[in-house]
Design a protein around this ligand. Structure first.
Ligand SMILES: Cc1cc2nc3c(=O)[nH]c(=O)nc-3n(C[C@H](O)[C@H](O)[C@H](O)COP(=O)(O)OP(=O)(O)OC[C@H]3O[C@@H](n4cnc5c(N)ncnc54)[C@H](O)[C@@H]3O)c2cc1C
Length: 405
C-alpha cells in the first residue's frame, strides 16, 4: 500500500468535517503530526441541534462532538487562517503565526448569507450558524415574543417550529411561492406549509421585506410587522476565499474529486466548503449536509493512507425535524414521475421521484426504514415496479429491484 500523506497535516476549520477527518486518520493507524486551526473559541460541536433540541433544552454538553478518536491532535482554537502560501507550504494566522504543512486540508465550512439592509431595522437581526448565534436566539425565544424568520429553507422552518413550541409568535417571510424551494419536491413543501400553518405560523410566501421604518418591517404584500427578533435563513456561502486567493479552483465552493483532492497537489478540501460531483445529478454541487461532512471527510482521510479507497459517491441526503414530522430527503427533488406511498399527509409515508423509470429521489416522513431502502435503490439506479412501490404493505427493503445499466 502506498501512503500518499505528507507530514505534517494541517486542517483549517474545526467543525464536523475536521473532526471526522482527523479521527479517521487516527483510527486508520496514522500517527504523524496533525494540527487543526479553528476560528471558533468553542470545543467542536454539532450544528443540527442548534435549530432543534438546543433551542428547547439549551444543553451545551449534549451537542459536543466526540473527540475520542482524534488523539494526539494539536488544536489551535480561536485562531483564524488568513493566507496560504502553496509554494512555501505555509499558512499564516491572523495573529501572525506561521504554520508549515505537508498536507493542507480546507474544512472551513460555510457562512450564512446576510441582509445588510436590515441592520438599521427595529429589532436585532441574527443568523443561525454557530453555537453563539443559537444562544442569542434562544435567549430571545420566550412566550409571546414576535419572531420574524426570513427564508423558508430547512433552518428557517426548523427554527419556526421550535419557536412555536416555545410559545413565540412566528411570521415566516419567503420570497419564492413555496418553502424548501431548493431541496425538496413541491408535494413535500405543501405538506410542510400546511403543518406550519396548523401550528400557527404566519407564512408569507412570495413576499419580501420592502422597507424598514425604524419601528416596523414593511412587507411587499403591503402589510407591516412589529417584531422582537429577525432571523435570516437565506442560505450560505462557502468559506473558500483563502483557497481561491491561493489559486485553487473554486466557484462558491472548492472543487474536489471523490478523494477530496483539490486542483493543487497535497491540498484537500472536505465538508460544506466543497463543490463535488453529485452522483445522482451528475453535476458539481455543494452538498451542505451532516452526512456529507462526516463521510466525505472520512473517505478523504482513508484515501490519503490507502489510495485504492473507492471514491466518495454517497447519495446526498439530509433530515429535518419539524413538530412531529421526522423528514428524510435523498437524491433529487424532481423527476418526471412522482409516486406517493402511504399517507404522508397524515404523518407517515414517502414521496418518491423517478426519472425514466429509475428511482432518483425520496422524501420519507416518519418512515426511516423505508427511507434507507429508497436511498439504496437510488444508489443502485433501480427501476421499481410502480404498484409495489406505491403499496406501503410491501416491505421496501424487499422491492428487489435490480440495478440497471
Ligand atoms: C442550524 C443548523 C442546522 C442544521 N441541521 C441539519 C440537519 O438537520 N441535517 C443535516 O443533514 N445537516 C444539517 N445542518 C448542516 C450540517 O450541520 C453541516 O453540513 C455541517 O456542520 C458542515 O460541517 P463542516 O465541518 O463542513 O463545516 P462547519 O461546521 O461550518 O465548520 C467549519 C469551521 O471552520 C471555521 N473556519 C472558517 N474559516 C476559517 C479560517 N479561515 N480559519 C480557521 N477556521 C475557520 C468555522 O468558524 C467553522 O467553525 C445544519 C446546519 C446548521 C447551521
Amino acid at each position: 500500500m502506498t501512503v500518499t500523506i505528507k507530514e505534517p497535516v494541517l486542517v483549517l476549520g474545526g467543525g464536523l468535517a475536521a473532526v471526522s477527518f482527523v479521527g479517521t486518520l487516527r483510527s486508520q493507524g496514522w500517527n504523524g503530526p496533525i494540527c487543526v486551526v479553528a476560528e471558533e473559541e468553542e470545543a467542536p460541536y454539532d450544528r443540527p441541534p442548534l435549530s432543534k433540541e438546543f433551542q428547547r433544552e439549551g444543553d451545551e454538553e449534549k451537542i459536543r462532538l466526540d473527540l475520542r478518536l482524534a488523539k494526539d491532535v494539536e488544536w489551535i482554537q480561536n485562531a483564524r487562517a488568513v493566507s496560504t502560501d502553496l509554494q512555501g507550504r505555509q499558512v499564516t494566522l491572523a495573529d501572525g503565526r506561521q504554520l508549515s504543512w505537508g498536507t493542507l486540508v480546507f474544512a472551513t465550512g460555510a457562512s450564512p448569507r446576510t441582509l445588510p439592509a436590515l441592520a438599521s431595522g427595529p429589532a436585532p437581526v441574527l443568523t443561525l450558524r454557530t453555537l453563539d448565534d443559537a444562544r442569542r436566539i434562544r435567549a430571545r425565544l420566550v412566550p409571546d415574543a414576535a419572531l420574524t424568520v426570513i427564508g423558508g429553507g430547512v433552518i428557517g422552518l426548523e427554527l419556526a417550529a421550535t419557536a412555536r413550541a416555545k410559545g413565540a409568535n412566528v411570521t415566516l417571510v419567503e420570497a419564492t411561492p413555496r418553502v424548501l424551494n431548493r431541496c425538496a419536491p413541491s408535494t413535500l413543501a405543501e405538506l410542510v406549509e400546511l403543518t406550519h400553518r396548523t401550528h400557527g405560523v404566519d407564512l408569507r410566501l412570495g413576499c419580501t421585506i420592502s422597507r424598514i421604518d425604524g419601528e416596523q418591517l414593511h412587507l411587499s404584500d403591503g402589510s407591516k410587522l412589529h417584531t422582537d427578533l429577525v432571523v435570516v435563513g437565506i442560505g450560505v456561502l462557502a468559506n473558500d476565499t483563502l483557497a481561491r486567493e491561493a489559486g485553487i479552483a473554486t466557484d462558491d465552493g472548492i472543487f474536489v474529486d471523490g478523494h477530496g483532492r483539490t486542483t493543487c497537489p497535497d491540498v484537500l478540501a472536505i465538508g460544506d466548503v466543497t463543490r463535488q460531483r453529485n452522483p445522482v445529478s451528475g453535476r458539481f454541487e455543494r452538498i451542505e449536509t451532516w452526512s456529507n461532512a462526516h463521510k466525505q471527510s472520512a473517505t478523504a482521510a482513508r484515501a490519503l493512507i490507502d489510495p485504492s479507497t473507492p471514491p466518495y459517491a454517497e447519495v446526498p441526503w439530509y433530515w429535518t425535524d419539524q413538530y412531529d414530522l421526522k423528514i428524510q430527503v435523498a437524491g433529487l427533488a424532481g423527476g418526471d414521475q412522482e409516486v406517493v406511498r402511504g399517507d404522508p399527509a397524515s404523518g407517515k409515508g414517502s414521496i418518491i421521484q423517478l426519472r425514466d423509470g429509475r428511482l432518483v429521489g425520496a422524501c420519507s416522513i416518519n418512515s426511516a426504514r423505508d427511507f434507507m431502502a429508497f436511498k439504496r435503490l437510488i444508489a443502485a439506479g433501480g427501476r421499481p415496479d410502480m404498484e409495489r412501490l406505491r403499496d406501503p404493505t410491501v416491505d421496501a427493503t424487499k422491492l428487489g429491484v435490480p440495478a440497471t445499466a
